[in-house]
Design a protein around this ligand. Structure first.
Ligand SMILES: *Cc1c(COP(=O)(O)O)cnc(C)c1O
Length: 404
């Protein structure tokens, strides 16, 4: 993404041209950026040679999943829908893990039939459900057990998952008890110990603490896991001086851990793979100037991009036509939805804008489209992909007909 003669280009294609052809609001993805992120991730952990399972909940577009799968990645799914999408995208079932606290009998049954790598369980009741199905079909099922290490990921409270007050995983003692209880089971094969402590993590210290908790379980239980699933959560730079995760330190630490325990590692990254590869293209409908604030009313709303309203997430907003002016007045970029939280950004000054101008909300590839809703009875936006200098529509805009 860069400006040429003050015009914005995404992967060498003019943003204005894309908007002219495909309309707004629309999610636009860069294949080049996606590829770079995957190669970077692999490079960062090359000494560990992990199985990388993309967290489908970050972005479930079939075409995107297919591209990710072609780089050899698997998938981390949290519902039957995500499992179906991954299989349809030709992701290898033997590279799919199933996470989540509330998998139903039907979902588990389906996952077992599809021969996925493992089901990461989060409660004894869930294990019992798996056991019931396994007995019924007389098959041994591979499972993981998710540990809640009670580690503060030092991220936004709403996306923290590894503290005891969070619903996820099981406490150390519970994990050890379950291992002892089920390790000789004819129908269960405990293959993996899994963790996931939260998202948008930019400090390696919580990860270090997490590894320590895992080591404790291994030492205390003396159980030989085939895999340790370290989850995802790697933070990205949203452009507001966020600290950067020190991959080198994290990777070194894991390397030692792997050598000590001779174990295979699974990662479940979502945001770090697709986050900065997505843009939300939008158009200014109206500009409403009040005494203190210029309200820039755009045609994308919180139903299209929920993150700012949901967890006060910050996203840069940039114009497709740059100019040198500066209006020193507060600008609030807002959507058309009838909610005060339908606001994307409040900024002290901005370049001069006009009604009808195009703008781009950056870094929305992860937890963007997937969180969209039909609130205010608006249809979900389309998705497009730029690959090798070509632009493709990869999901149609929902029709009002289909949702009414
Ligand atoms: C959400 C989630 C992930 C992905 O988190 P990112 O921050 O997007 O990397 C991985 N594993 C589990 C179990 C999750 O719930």
């Amino acid at each position: 993404m860069l400006y040429k003669n003050k015009k914005l280009f995404i992967d060498k294609i003019s943003a204005n041209q894309i908007i002219k052809k495909f309309g707004t609001p629309a999610y636009c993805y860069s294949y080049a950026q996606l590829k770079e992120n995957i190669l970077n991730f692999k490079r960062n952990f090359k000494n560990i040679d992990p199985l990388i399972c993309f967290a489908v909940k970050a972005n479930n577009n079939i075409k995107i999943l297919n591209e990710i799968g072609r780089f050899g990645l698997g998938a981390d799914v949290v519902s039957k829908g995500e499992l179906l999408a991954s299989l349809k995208s030709k992701i290898n079932p033997k590279k799919i893990v199933f996470s989540g606290v509330g998998k139903t009998y039907d979902e588990i049954n389906f996952a077992i039939k599809k021969n996925i790598l493992l089901i990461n369980t989060e409660s004894q009741s869930e294990i019992e459900t798996i056991l019931k199905i396994a007995k019924k079909i007389k098959r041994k099922v591979d499972i993981g057990i998710r540990l809640n290490p009670n580690v503060d990921a030092k991220t936004i409270k709403e996306i923290t998952t590894g503290k005891t007050i969070n619903k996820f995983g099981l406490k150390e003692k519970e994990v050890i008890d379950l291992i002892n209880h089920y390790k000789k089971s004819k129908y269960l094969n405990i293959k993996c110990l899994s963790v996931h402590i939260g998202s948008q993590i930019t400090n390696h210290i919580p990860y270090f603490k997490m590894l320590k908790s895992i080591q404790k379980i291994i030492d205390k239980s003396k159980f030989n896991f085939e895999y340790i699933d370290l989850g995802g959560g790697m933070g990205i730079n949203y452009g507001e001086n966020t600290q950067k995760l020190n991959y080198k330190k994290y990777s070194k630490k894991i390397e030692k851990f792997v050598k000590k325990n001779s174990i295979k590692i699974i990662f479940e990254p979502g945001r770090s793979i697709i986050g900065n590869a997505g843009y939300l293209l939008s158009k200014i409908i109206y500009i409403k100037k009040t005494g203190k604030i210029n309200f820039i009313i755009i045609d994308a709303g919180m139903n299209d991009l929920m993150r700012p309203a949901l967890y006060k997430a910050y996203h840069r907003i940039i114009p497709t036509n740059k100019n040198k002016s500066k209006v020193s007045k507060r600008h609030d970029f807002v959507g058309p939805i009838c909610e005060t939280t339908d606001k994307f950004l409040s900024i002290k000054s901005y370049q001069k804008l006009n009604e009808g101008d195009n703008i781009v909300i950056c870094d929305v590839g992860a937890y963007g489209k997937v969180l969209s809703s039909n609130y205010n009875l608006r249809s979900n936006p389309k998705e497009i992909l730029i690959k090798n200098l070509k632009v493709f529509e990869i999901r149609k805009k929902e029709t009002l007909q289909s949702i009414i």
